[in-house]
Design a protein around this ligand. Structure first.
Ligand SMILES: [Zn+2]
Length: 439
């Protein structure tokens, strides 16, 4: 624990990042920086709720960890933590994670890039929780059918939920969260211009936003913040002309999953490939896979996109299970990503599952991100930013500092991290008589 906090502070300026967090409360007794530190360590130590946090706010080791003054007997109540979260300045909270990634880049953590020496960011939608009862102004609403035990529909109820577009840096060794952006309900969407010339006017949009709109906003900010990112990897939702045009204008390449055979330019590619033998065959000894690849460059049948699209298809058969039908993947490739070989395109597309398997699954099962600590638009985002900064720091620490620890604990990464958190909690319990400086 001490090693990790020291690593976070020394290498990534964790202490000063938390110290710069501000909020809009007037003359608070517990500063926003201390509250932010308490929430950051709640995430890191996987404390499951604010109720479980309550006793810790009066325990010496925890006070020492968050950097409270030595004479302080108690940090504050969990109500104060919740209230402060609702008033937190989002820019200063997000800056902790942004600063960490910039520093990692400067320290050449992503030095070799990955496939094709490019930095790949996967993008996807994430729904941490839903509720039939509680809601806030940033909740999205849907109608769900209520079913009786016999399967008959009993009626319709409103369900409230939050959804975020998430960008994750995917790499061979580890994945780091880069940014998140909420999908906004209709009331909070910006006004749009309707009509032209003198009749033009600003009007309200009558529908909740879709993930694609939030995802586009997210990717613009990601590129603005992290100029060194090269390629966006997305699912079929992002396989459309306007999104690919946006990526072009930002200088980003794309590897996007294509699903619908009838949509251009996949239709054209399938037509050209019909009856053709694979253009390339790869035997992957390590993964026990036989991969057949088809490749087609410079397709221009998607009229809503200005550039040319490359299509790649990969059919994967498992060498150990020859009786199974092969799984087929089709991808659209644009911009910088077109320099990848077809097998690398397939590898990048398959790595997109990291975002669902390692990230989203781990966040809800281990990181308690599905638990609503405080249902309020700003509180939710502040808490996510802090928890995700903890997620990134723990990932960097585990892979860059504790390489042998991972090996000793076996191959299950999620379990290794849980073990590590348990050990940190044990160590924290021994801090009662320890004089230690977190600055
Ligand atoms: Zn809400």
């Amino acid at each position: 624990m001490r090693q990790m906090v020291a690593y976070g502070c020394k290498v990534f300026g964790l202490g000063s990042g938390l110290g710069r967090v501000g909020d809009t409360r007037r003359a608070p007794r517990t500063s926003a920086a201390l509250v932010a530190a308490a929430v950051f360590y709640t995430g890191l130590l996987r404390i499951r709720s604010f109720n479980a946090l309550e006793p810790r706010l009066g325990e010496k080791p925890f006070l020492r960890l968050v950097g409270a003054a030595p004479e302080r007997r108690r940090l504050c109540s969990v109500d104060t933590v919740g209230r402060a979260l609702c008033r937190m300045d989002l820019v200063s909270v997000r800056a902790i994670l942004v600063g960490m990634l910039h520093k990692a880049e400067r320290n050449k953590v992503f030095r070799e890039g990955w496939h094709g020496a490019l930095r790949h960011v996967a993008i996807d939608g994430w729904e941490p929780f839903c509720s039939r009862h509680r809601h806030c102004p940033e909740c999205l609403v849907r109608r769900v059918k209520i079913k009786a035990k016999d399967g008959k529909t009993m009626g319709v109820e409103l369900e409230y939920y939050h959804r975020y577009a998430v960008a994750l840096l995917i790499d061979e060794r580890f994945d780091l969260v880069v940014d998140i952006e909420p999908v906004l309900p209709k009331d909070l969407r910006p006004l749009v211009v309707k009509g032209k010339g003198p009749t033009a006017r600003l009007v309200k949009v009558s529908l909740d936003e879709g993930e694609l709109t939030a995802g586009t906003r997210l990717i613009r900010r990601v590129k603005q913040t992290f100029g060194w990112i090269d390629v966006v990897v997305g699912d079929a939702l992002y396989a459309n002309g306007p999104f690919l045009n946006t990526l072009d204008s930002l200088g980003l390449g794309a590897v996007i999953i294509a699903r619908r055979d009838n949509d251009e330019p996949l239709r054209e590619a399938l037509h050209l490939w019909a009856g053709q033998a694979p253009h390339k065959v790869v035997e992957d000894e390590k993964a026990h896979e036989h991969i057949a690849l088809w490749d087609c460059r410079d397709l221009d049948t998607l009229t809503s996109y200005q550039g040319k699209i490359r299509c790649v298809r990969g059919c994967i058969s498992k060498l150990k299970r020859p009786q199974d039908a092969p799984s087929t993947w089709c991808m659209f490739v644009t911009g910088k990503a077109t320099r990848l070989s077809p097998e690398k395109v397939l590898a990048v597309a398959r790595a997109r599952w990291h975002i669902e398997n390692t990230a989203f699954h781990q966040w809800t099962t281990r990181w308690r991100l599905g638990h609503v600590f405080r249902h309020h638009p700003v509180a939710l985002r502040s808490l996510f930013w802090l928890f995700l900064a903890a997620f990134d720091l723990l990932t960097l620490f585990q892979y860059l500092q504790l390489r042998s620890y991972g090996r000793d604990c076996g191959k299950n990464v999620t379990r290794t991290i849980s073990r590590l958190v348990d050990e940190m909690l044990d160590e924290l319990a021994c801090w009662h008589n320890l004089a230690w400086d977190t600055s």
